[in-house]
Design a protein around this ligand. Structure first.
Ligand code: SME
Length: 153
């Protein structure tokens, strides 16, 4: 599945040029990814706030609001500070099934001031939806976001 990540990155930069505050930027970043990547059922952010992950701007069905560090794919990405590419979420110990349609998932930590400030979570109804190319494209997306976003958590 070929996705034009260069175009998506350019669109993110254009959105950030208008306003870098995390609320509108994360809202539009989720909408951008949800629109541009085929076969998704959820795309959005969890914010690290008060010692846990709390639901942030997203596209898709209503989702669980709080995720403890180390729990599920998102909590593991937070605790281990690394991208999690999960080809089959049903084989991931402790996966949190917010939307039963999800079969594969990728989660990328977003940093601010040298710490994880949020995670980008993208879910697909397809098994094995995310390739190494998606991983590279989404990590670059987050690196751009980290440079332009303004948090006041
Ligand atoms: N699947 C995530 C939970 C968040 S929802 O998918 C939106 C997880 O296990 O971390």
């Amino acid at each position: 599945m070929k996705t034009n990540y260069e175009m998506i990155h350019a669109q993110l930069r254009a959105l950030a040029a208008e306003d870098g505050w995390y609320v509108p930027l994360m809202a539009n970043a989720s909408a951008l990814l949800y629109e541009a990547l085929p076969d998704l059922n959820w795309a959005g952010f969890y914010l690290y706030h008060g010692g846990q992950l709390v639901l942030g701007p997203f596209q898709g069905k209503t989702a669980c609001i709080h995720i403890a560090p180390g729990r599920g794919v998102c909590g593991t990405a937070l605790s281990e500070d690394r991208t999690m590419l999960v080809p089959n979420v049903h084989e991931f110990p402790g996966h949190i099934a917010c939307d039963s349609a999800s079969n594969s998932e990728i989660v990328v930590p977003v940093h601010a001031g040298g710490q994880v400030a949020a995670v980008l979570d993208i879910d697909s109804p397809l098994l094995n939806r995310f390739s190494d190319e998606d991983l590279a494209g989404l990590e670059s997306f987050v690196r751009i976001l980290e440079k332009v976003i303004a948090f006041d958590l």
